[in-house]
Design a protein around this ligand. Structure first.
Ligand code: GDP
Ligand code: MG
Length: 553
C-alpha cells in the first residue's frame, strides 16, 4: 500500500455520543463487516463492555475504501469516552494523524469532548468535528456548531452532521477522513521502527502486540529486539486487525497491525516500547507518559490457596491494561495480596469485573482510598466537598464550564453520581491532577472494647472524621457476630472518641433448647468459624466481618 493512501485516525467523544455506533457504520460502509441489523458496537468485544454498554478498551480495525478510483487503507481506532479511560485515548492518538470528534447534536459539548479535543490538539492532529444523532427530535446541530466554533475555534462549516444510528451522511465522514487527515509521515526504506501502543495476552499464543510502524518493514521470520528489555525474538506472525486478527506476509511503515513474537512473559511487551530489527538498532520512539493512578484499593484472594492463580491473572490483565499499578501488600485480616492503583472508580470496577469474567478469579476488593492530591473540576456539591472555584467559561446561553480545585478523595467515590442526579443528568465532569495541597488530615482508629483494630486504621479529613467513623462503626456492628459479653465499637482520633456503637450480648446456643444433634451441628460450625477468627483483645473477629467493612459495597 502506498503511504499516501493510508489514513490513521481515531474516534473520540464524550461517553454515549456515538463513537462505537459510528465505528459500526464505517465498518459496514467499507464492507469490513456485513451489513445486518445486529451490528451494535461490534468493536466492544469484552463481556464487561457489552454488559455495561461502554467501551473500556481501545480497538483497532483496518478498513479498505475505494474513492475516485484509488484504494485507501483506513486504520480506525475506537476509544473509550469515560473520564477514567483517557489514558487509552492518549495512547491511541500516538498512532494517528487525525481524529473524528463526535458530539451529540442534542447534548452538545460535554466535559470529555473538551478533554479529548485538547488531547488531539496537543498531539497536533487534524480534528474533524462530527455532529451525531441529528435524527433525534430535540437535536439542535446549529447550536452545537456554534459551540464548536466558540470553544475550539473550528469554523462551523467544517462540521459534518450525521446520524450514526441510521447511517445518514456517514459517507461524508469517510470522504473527510481521506481529504482532511494527512497520510502518516514514515520512511519505508529506513530500518524498522515499530511502536507498541497496546498489547493483549492470549493463553495459547502468548503476547499479541498492537504496533504502529513508523519506519521500515517487518515480516514473519524477522529477528526483532525490544528497545526496553534488549531481548531478541523471532516474529512468528504479523497481520492486520479486520477487526479480528488477519495474518499478512508483511507490515509496512504507515500501517497499524499486530505482531506475535513468542513473548511469553507479560513484562516483555511494554506498552510504549519500540521494536527494531536485530541487526539494525535505532533510536527508540518517544514512549508514553505513564498513567497516574488516582484511586487505590487492596486486592486479596478470597482463599489464600488461590494466591498464585490470582497473581498470574492480575499480571495478564495489567498487560492488557497498563494503566493499573500493582504493589504487593499484606493485611492482618486478609493475608497476602496487592495494592492496586486505578485511574478512577469505574476503572477499578471494570478491572475487578474483568478478573472475574475473563480469568475466573474471585477477589476481595477493599474500600478505595486516594493519595492526597488536589484536582480540577466542576459543579455544585462544591461547598460540602471543600472546593475552590478557579474559572468559569460560558459555552453558550445554556451551558457553562466551571473549573474547581477539589480534594481528590471528595470526588472518587460518589461525586460523579451525585453530580449527575443533582443536575438531572445535564452536568458532565472531567478532572486532572493539580498537585498536592496541605489539608487537615487525621488518623482515625477503630477500637473494639478499647483495643485498636489495625486493619481498620484510616486517614480522613478532620471535618469528615465523625461521619466516616460513625459509618464504619455501624458497618462493623452489623457484621460482627454477638459474643458472650457486650462489645463497644468506637472510632477515635488520638484519645478522643468520636463515634460509638454497642453490640449486645449473645445468648449461648445451649440456652436455645432444641435437640442434641442440632446443638452439636451448631457447635461444630462455631468451631470451624473460629479457625478464621482473629482475636482483638478479648473480642473474636471473623475474617468475614473485616471483609464486610473493608469491601466496597
Ligand atoms: P459511545 O459511548 O460514544 O461509543 O456511544 P455508543 O456508540 O455506544 O452509543 C451510545 C448510544 O447512543 C447507543 O444507545 C446508540 O444506539 C445511540 N446512538 C448512537 N448514534 C446515534 C444516532 O445517530 N442517533 C440516535 N438516535 N442514537 C444514536
Ligand atoms: Mg463506545
Amino acid at each position: 500500500f502506498p503511504v499516501e493512501n493510508i489514513r490513521n485516525f481515531s474516534i473520540v467523544a464524550h461517553v454515549d455520543h456515538g463513537k462505537s455506533t459510528l465505528a459500526d457504520r464505517l465498518l459496514e460502509l467499507t464492507g469490513t463487516i456485513d451489513k445486518t441489523k445486529n451490528n451494535k458496537q461490534v468493536l466492544d468485544k469484552l463481556q464487561v463492555e457489552r454488559e455495561r454498554g461502554i467501551t473500556v478498551k481501545a480497538q483497532t480495525a483496518s478498513l479498505f475504501h475505494n474513492c475516485e478510483g484509488k484504494q485507501y487503507l483506513l486504520n480506525l481506532i475506537d476509544t473509550p469516552g469515560h473520564v477514567d479511560f483517557s489514558y487509552e485515548v492518549s495512547r491511541s492518538l500516538s498512532a494517528c494523524q487525525g481524529v473524528l470528534l463526535v458530539v451529540d447534536a442534542n447534548e452538545g459539548i460535554q466535559a470529555q469532548t473538551v478533554a479529548n479535543f485538547f488531547l488531539a490538539f496537543e498531539a497536533q492532529l487534524s480534528v474533524i468535528p462530527v455532529i451525531n444523532k441529528i435524527d433525534l427530535k430535540n437535536a439542535d446541530p446549529e447550536r452545537v456548531e456554534n459551540q464548536i466554533e466558540k470553544v475550539f475555534d473550528i469554523p462551523s462549516d467544517e462540521c459534518i452532521k450525521i446520524s450514526a444510528k441510521l447511517g445518514t451522511n456517514v459517507e461524508s465522514v469517510l470522504q473527510a477522513v481521506i481529504e482532511r487527515i494527512p497520510p502518516p509521515k514514515v520512511h519505508r526504506k529506513n530500518p524498522l521502527r515499530a511502536l507498541v501502543f497496546d498489547s493483549t495476552f492470549d493463553q495459547y499464543r502468548g503476547v499479541i502486540a498492537n504496533v504502529a510502524l513508523f519506519d521500515g518493514v517487518v515480516s514473519k521470520g524477522d529477528k526483532i529486539v525490544s528497545a526496553h528489555t534488549q531481548k531478541t525474538y523471532e516474529v512468528s506472525e504479523v497481520g492486520v486487525l479486520n477487526p479480528n486478527e488477519q495474518p499478512t506476509h508483511k507490515l509496512y511503515a504507515g500501517q497499524v497491525g499486530y505482531l506475535i513474537a513468542g513473548m511469553k512473559n507479560v513484562t516483555e511487551a511494554q506498552i510504549g516500547d519500540t521494536l527494531y530489527l536485530h541487526k539494525q538498532p535505532v533510536e527508540p520512539l518517544p514512549g508514553f507518559k505513564s498513567a497516574k493512578p488516582m484511586v487505590f484499593a487492596g486486592m486479596y484472594p478470597v482463599d489464600q490457596s488461590e494466591y498464585n492463580n490470582l497473581k498470574s491473572a492480575i499480571e495478564k490483565l495489567t498487560l492488557n491494561d497498563s494503566s493499573v499499578t500493582v504493589h504487593r501488600d499484606s493485611s492482618l485480616a486478609l493475608g497476602a495480596g496487592w495494592r492496586l492503583g486505578f485511574l478512577g472508580l469505574l476503572h477499578m470496577e471494570v478491572f475487578n469485573q474483568r478478573l472475574e469474567q475473563e480469568y475466573n478469579a474471585s477477589v476481595i476488593l477493599t474500600t478505595p482510598t486516594v493519595p492526597y492530591k488536589a484536582v480540577l473540576s466542576s459543579s455544585k456539591l462544591i461547598k460540602a466537598r471543600r472546593a475552590v472555584q478557579k474559572n468559569m467559561i460560558f459555552i453558550d446561553q445554556n451551558r457553562v464550564m466551571l473549573k474547581y480545585l477539589f480534594p481528590l478523595n471528595e470526588i472518587v467515590v460518589d461525586f460523579y453520581d451525585s453530580l449527575k442526579s443533582l443536575s438531572s443528568g445535564y452536568a458532565s465532569f472531567d478532572y486532572e491532577d493539580a498537585g498536592y495541597q496541605t489539608a487537615e488530615l487525621v488518623k482515625m482508629d477503630i477500637l473494639l472494647n478499647g483495643n485498636t483494630v489495625e486493619e481498620l486504621v484510616t486517614v480522613v479529613h478532620k471535618d469528615k472524621a465523625h461521619s466516616i467513623g460513625k459509618a464504619i462503626c455501624e458497618r462493623l456492628k452489623d457484621s460482627l457476630p454477638r459474643q458472650l459479653f457486650e462489645i463497644a465499637i468506637q472510632a477515635a482520633i488520638g484519645s478522643k472518641i468520636i463515634a460509638r456503637e454497642t453490640l449486645p450480648i449473645f445468648k449461648n446456643i445451649f440456652q436455645y433448647g432444641g435437640d442434641i444433634t442440632r446443638k452439636m451441628k451448631l457447635l461444630k460450625r462455631q468451631a470451624e468459624g473460629k479457625k478464621k477468627l482473629r482475636k482483638i483483645g478479648n473480642v473474636e473477629v471473623p475474617k468475614d466481618a473485616f471483609i464486610k467493612v473493608l469491601k466496597t459495597q
